[in-house]
Design a protein around this ligand. Structure first.
Ligand SMILES: Nc1ncnc2c1ncn2[C@@H]1O[C@H](COP(=O)(O)OP(=O)(O)OP(=O)(O)O)[C@@H](O)[C@H]1O
Ligand SMILES: [Mg+2]
Length: 270
C-alpha cells in the first residue's frame, strides 16, 4: 500500500511516498515553503507523485506535519513533528534514543523508546538563535553562503568565542570581530560552536542517551555535526537525507493508519 508524508516546515516543504509492502521510500522532494505553505504542500505532493509515476488515487493515506500542517487540505490527517521526528529517526537508525532536529526556525530534542515513540521532548521555538535561519544570517554577515560558512568552519584552527546568541546581537558581534581583523574561519567555527552549545543545552533537558541522531536541514552542515559531537562528547549519527526524516515519520504514521482502517479507506476510495 502506498502512503505519503508531507512536512511543511517554516523554510522548506518536504514530501515522501512510502511503499508499505516493501518498507521503502519510493520518491521524495524538497521545495521552499515560501509565503503560501498550502500551495507548497500541494506542489510538493505533485512532485513526489510524478517522481514515483503514480496517481493521487493510488495513495491510501496522506499525513501532514510541520509548522504549516493545519493549513493544507491535501492531507487526510495531521500529526505533530515530535512524533514524526521520532518515528522517522527510528526508521533510518533503529538504535536511536535521542533525536535532535535543527530546522530553519526552531530546534527540538526528543528522547525516544526502542520502538521509535517519543518519551520526552524539549523545544526552542522562541527565537532564531541556534537554528538554520541564524546560520543563514551569519553567513550573510561573513559575505558567504551556508555552504561557504561550513567550509570556512571546517578549515579553522580554533573557534573564536561568540558571546551573543541572539541573532541580531550576534550579527553585530561578527561585524565587530571582522573589523578588528579576526579570521573569518575562526568566526565561522565559533558560530557553529555557538549553535552546538545552544543545541546541547536543549538536548540535556531530555537526557542525552546514545545513539544520538541529528536531523533537519542543518544536519547537512558537517561543521555543526562535528561541533555538536565535541560539545556533547558523543558520536552523532546523521541519516543520508536528514531533511526528509520528519516527512518519512509522517508517512510511517500514514502507513499505520492505512493498516488500521482499511475498510474506511475502501469506502473513501469507492
Ligand atoms: N547544506 C546545508 N548546510 C547547512 N544548512 C543547510 C543546508 N541545507 C539546508 N540547510 C538549512 O536547513 C534549514 C532548513 O531545514 P529544514 O527543512 O529542516 O527546516 P524546516 O523544517 O523548514 O524548519 P522548522 O522545522 O524550523 O519549521 C535552512 O535554514 C537551511 O539554510
Ligand atoms: Mg522542520
Amino acid at each position: 500500500m502506498l502512503v505519503a508524508g508531507i512536512d511543511i516546515g517554516s523554510l522548506a516543504t518536504k514530501a515522501v511516498i512510502y511503499d508499505g509492502a516493501d518498507g521503502a521510500i519510493i520518491s521524495s522532494a524538497c521545495i521552499p515553503s515560501g509565503a503560501r505553505p498550502p500551495q507548497a504542500g500541494e506542489r510538493v505532493l505533485q512532485q513526489v507523485l510524478e517522481a514515483a509515476d503514480v496517481d493521487r488515487d493510488a495513495i491510501a493515506v496522506i499525513v501532514a506535519t510541520g509548522y504549516g500542517r493545519e493549513a493544507i487540505s491535501v492531507a487526510d490527517s495531521t500529526v505533530t513533528e515530535i512524533t514524526c521526528a521520532a518515528r522517522g529517526a527510528h526508521f533510518y537508525e533503529p538504535e536511536t534514543r535521542t533525536v535532535i532536529d535543527i530546522g530553519g526556525q526552531d530546534s527540538k530534542a526528543i528522547r525516544v523508546d526502542p520502538r521509535g515513540y517519543p518519551l520526552d521532548f524539549a523545544l526552542n521555538d522562541r527565537c532564531a538563535a541556534g537554528t538554520g535561519r541564524f546560520l543563514e544570517v551569519m553567513a550573510g554577515a561573513l559575505e558567504t553562503s551556508v555552504d561557504g560558512l561550513e567550509r570556512l568552519a571546517l578549515e579553522a584552527i580554533a573557534p573564536v568565542a561568540i558571546g551573543r546568541t541572539c541573532t541580531v546581537f550576534a550579527e553585530s558581534e561578527i561585524v565587530g570581530l571582522l573589523a578588528s581583523g579576526v579570521d573569518r574561519a575562526a568566526i565561522a567555527a565559533g558560530l557553529c560552536r555557538s549553535v552546538a552549545l545552544r543545541t546541547a543545552g536543549l538536548a540535556r533537558q531530555v537526557g542525552v542517551e546514545p545513539r544520538v541522531t541529528l536531523i533537519g536541514g542543518v544536519a547537512l552542515n558537517r561543521a555543526i555535526v562535528r561541533a555538536l559531537s565535541d560539545v556533547l562528547a558523543v558520536e552523532i549519527c546523521v541519516p543520508a537525507l536528514p531533511q526528509l526524516v520528519v516527512a518519512t515519520g509522517a508517512a510511517l504514521v500514514a502507513s499505520d493508519r492505512a493498516d488500521r482502517h482499511p475498510s474506511d479507506l475502501d469506502r473513501r476510495c469507492s
